[in-house]
Ligand binder design. Structure first.
Ligand code: MHO
Length: 214
């Protein structure tokens, strides 16, 4: 019978949030993504007036499919966080934990990362408090450059683009955040028409591994 998934949330600051949106979006077990501002005190931050906040991606995931530790691996592998690179607060390396378990796992993983290098890791680990979703035009940013794809899959409103699990997958694949093998495996679950699948596949092949998500 239909069993309700106990979805969990994880939040990461790892540079430009368009990248996190793509990278986490394609991960199996990630259900939804939403980019926004967090970590600071300023009320109602915006992209133009971000104050002391950081760009973050908020990820909803199914812990039966993907673990918090696996999300952290992707986090460490895909941004700069050492003392030798000057990073402004908007793009700082930040883990916002949602519970004590996440806190312990995050702290342990930071210690492990630190042992691998000589310069100091600047990644901060703090409690998730307030999250301000970013402006609609930042949500699924890469997918928004593909009006035909949006139209044909019926993802035709800002609200749907923000909340749809399919939008998270398409946004990541179109930018090349997934491998072609992963895409082939996932394709039957996406429910796309032949034509749509072909359109998407072209971009998966063209962009896979180019690391250009922003
Ligand atoms: N590289 C982007 C940064 C956008 S971001 C969401 C730019 O050229 O503005 O911070």
């Amino acid at each position: 019978q239909f069993e309700e998934i106990q979805a969990k949330h994880a939040t990461f600051g790892m540079g430009c949030f368009w990248a996190g949106d793509c990278l986490f979006g394609v991960l199996p077990g990630v259900i939804r993504t939403c980019v926004g501002y967090a970590g600071g005190q300023k009320e109602l931050p915006t992209y133009r007036d971000i104050g002391d906040h950081t760009e973050v991606v908020n990820v909803e995931y199914n812990p039966d499919v993907i673990s918090y530790a696996q999300l952290l691996s992707l986090f460490w592998e895909n941004h700069e966080y050492g003392l030798t690179t000057k990073i402004k607060r908007q793009y700082m390396s930040l883990i916002l934990y949602h519970d004590e378990e996440q806190k312990l796992i995050a702290e342990k993983s930071r210690e492990q990362e630190q042992r691998k290098r000589t310069d100091l890791i600047l990644t901060e680990i703090r409690k998730f408090e307030k999250f301000y979703p970013a402006e609609d035009y930042h949500q699924k940013y890469r997918l928004r450059n593909h009006p035909w794809l949006i139209e044909t899959t019926g993802l035709t409103s800002d609200e749907v683009l923000r909340n749809s699990p399919l939008a998270a997958k398409l946004n990541g694949y179109i930018a090349g955040a997934g491998t072609i093998e992963q895409f082939a495996k996932e394709l039957p679950n996406l429910g796309l028409t032949e034509k749509t699948a072909q359109y998407l596949q072209k971009y998966v092949i063209e962009n896979q591994g180019n690391g250009l998500y922003c």
